[in-house]
Design a protein around this ligand. Structure first.
Ligand code: ZN
Length: 132
């Protein structure tokens, strides 16, 4: 195996690690919110214990996510970007605006404005778009 393919493989692993960590953090935060809604205070000891365990997961995942490369401010949680997104700008085919392609936890890809807003919501030509 040559150096180039080795580098390629390690980049894929980094991207996977980022997607998994952001996806897990997003799910853990949703889970904690759901537990808070479902179990109003005062809580049973086992409910407190279950929530503390999810809160500990969130803290651990936040540390991992904070160590990941920077991303646009408004990028929704859970959306993963290529590790080299800052170099990989493309253009919207309708309006020509610069966009970054990101991947939702479901695997669905979408274009984002440089600030992280989904370009499907901001494109001036969005009304002309048709589903393929
Ligand atoms: Zn556009």
């Amino acid at each position: 195996m040559d150096d180039l393919s080795m580098a390629g493989r390690s980049n894929v692993r980094d991207a996977d690690r980022g997607r998994v960590a952001r996806g897990d953090l997003y799910l853990a935060e949703s889970k904690l919110r759901a537990m808070r809604d479902r179990w109003p205070e005062p809580r049973l000891p086992e409910q407190d214990l279950a929530m503390a365990s999810v809160a500990a997961d969130i803290e651990r995942l936040r540390v991992i996510v904070a160590s990941l490369p920077e991303r646009p401010a408004s990028m929704p949680p859970g959306v993963e970007l290529p590790h080299d997104w800052q170099q990989r700008r493309s253009q919207c085919r309708s309006c020509g605006a610069p966009v970054i392609w990101g991947t939702y936890p479901s695997g669905k890809r979408a274009p984002f404005d440089p600030d992280g807003t989904n370009h499907f919501a901001t494109c001036p030509q969005r009304r002309e778009w048709r589903k393929p």
